[in-house]
Design a protein around this ligand. Structure first.
Ligand code: FMN
Ligand code: COI
Length: 358
């Protein structure tokens, strides 16, 4: 029997409980990483290797975990990363996630590959949504999505740049994702004739534009006035280029789902923050499951972090309430962790808080 939400004391327990109830194809799709899953594991393991240097005898009777991301106020420095196909595990899909995020003062990044429409999701979390864009070969379809996201109130556009093709996720080769016949995936348009035999992710792969390059950012700028964030960068070189192109930076290896053995975003963060040199905001995702993970990322220069799988697991367990429980656990852990580090505001989290283990 699935335990009640209050009995699940941390994100790992939420994951374990969700994995018991997930349908096999959703489990394979949500959990999996690319190839041998080295990067997937490294994402999690990296946080424990970084040791904290807490300060004592600081008045921590008042802790303020709030911050802003591109002007959006966050009650704590954690947002929801874009994830495709929330509807595999809950009928309210991305609407439930958006509501939960808004209810705790977080932020929802809506994936291009969603079950629910941009307007439905953004309506559930006004002023608290970003739109994640996968650029299609068919620019006209992408242009229309950008216009709709902007009209519906998106506060930023997140262009995913680490997936010219989908990585090789062997779990979903074995157990492919097939959406129920008759289900409309609102942002992918009708099937291209001749591609009907493909499963939904293999089909999505055929829509992506592998020619996407820095030159396309000029086209993107012409389509929108929204701030643009490049998601999936992992080097100082690319972070510097992003800032030169007027974009913000989202350090990520896509949850170990793209290039296996790629560096972790946590490892890459210090060089990226240095390269950006304050010209852009820098965010991070990958493997976050504890408040101390969040604190370490902020100490190394991230403005905020994002979580993907933990949110999907909360959704699978209990819809909106499950996502809320996931985010509340992180929020409370961030607050306690800051107090135990002797820090009262996120602005006080700096590199002196971290000691690298030998
Ligand atoms: C099931 C699933 C679907 C995802 N879908 C998207 C997506 O549509 N767009 C995107 O940019 N990233 C997508 N990602 C990557 C996440 O945004 C994130 O970068 C990654 O999962 C790392 O976070 P995590 O370790 O908290 O899962 C997806 C990840 C998962 C697990
Ligand atoms: C539709 C997919 C390409 C979503 C994705 O980014 C992922 O599965 O990692």
């Amino acid at each position: 029997m699935t335990p009640d939400l209050p009995e699940l004391l941390n994100l790992r327990e939420i994951e374990a409980a969700a994995c018991e109830v997930l349908p096999p194809a959703a489990f394979a799709y949500y959990r999996g990483g690319a190839n041998d899953e080295h990067t997937l594991r490294a994402n999690r393991e990296g946080y424990a290797a970084l040791k904290l240097r807490p300060r004592m005898l600081v008045d921590v009777s008042q802790i303020d975990t709030s911050t802003t991301v591109l002007g959006v106020p966050l009650a704590f420095p954690v947002g929801v990363a874009p994830c495709a196909l929330h509807g595999l595990v809950h009928p309210d899909a991305e609407v439930a996630t958006a509501r939960a995020a808004a209810s705790v003062g977080s932020l929802m990044t809506l994936s291009t590959m969603s079950h629910r429409t941009i307007e439905e999701v953004f309506g559930a979390a006004p002023e608290r949504c970003w739109f994640q864009l996968y650029l299609y070969k068919d620019r006209e379809v992408s242009r229309a999505l950008i216009a709709r996201a902007e009209a519906a109130g998106a506060r930023a556009l997140v262009l995913t740049v680490d997936a010219p093709h989908l990585g090789r996720r062997e779990a979903i080769i074995r157990t492919p994702v097939h959406i129920e016949p008759g289900t409309v995936l609102p942002n992918i348009g009708p099937r291209t004739p001749g591609r009907e035999h493909l499963d939904d992710l293999a089909y999505f792969d055929t829509l992506l534009d592998p020619s996407l390059s820095w030159r396309d950012l000029a086209w993107l700028r012409e389509q929108t006035r929204l701030p643009v964030i490049l998601k999936g960068l992992l080097t100082a070189e690319d972070a510097a280029l992003a800032a030169e192109h007027g974009c913000h930076v989202w350090a990520s290896n896509h949850g170990g789902r793209q290039l296996d053995t790629a560096v972790t975003a946590l490892e890459a963060l210090p060089e990226m923050v240095e390269a950006v040199a304050g010209r852009a905001e820098v965010y991070l995702d990958g493997g976050i499951s504890r408040g101390t993970d969040v604190i370490k990322c902020l100490a190394l220069g991230a403005r905020a972090v994002f979580v993907a799988r933990p949110v999907l697991y909360g959704l699978a367990l209990a819809g909106e309430a499950g996502v809320r429980r996931t985010l509340e656990l992180l929020r409370d852990e961030v607050r306690l962790g800051m107090a135990l580090c002797g820090k009262t505001r996120v602005g006080e989290l700096g590199p002196e808080l971290i000691r690298r283990s030998q």
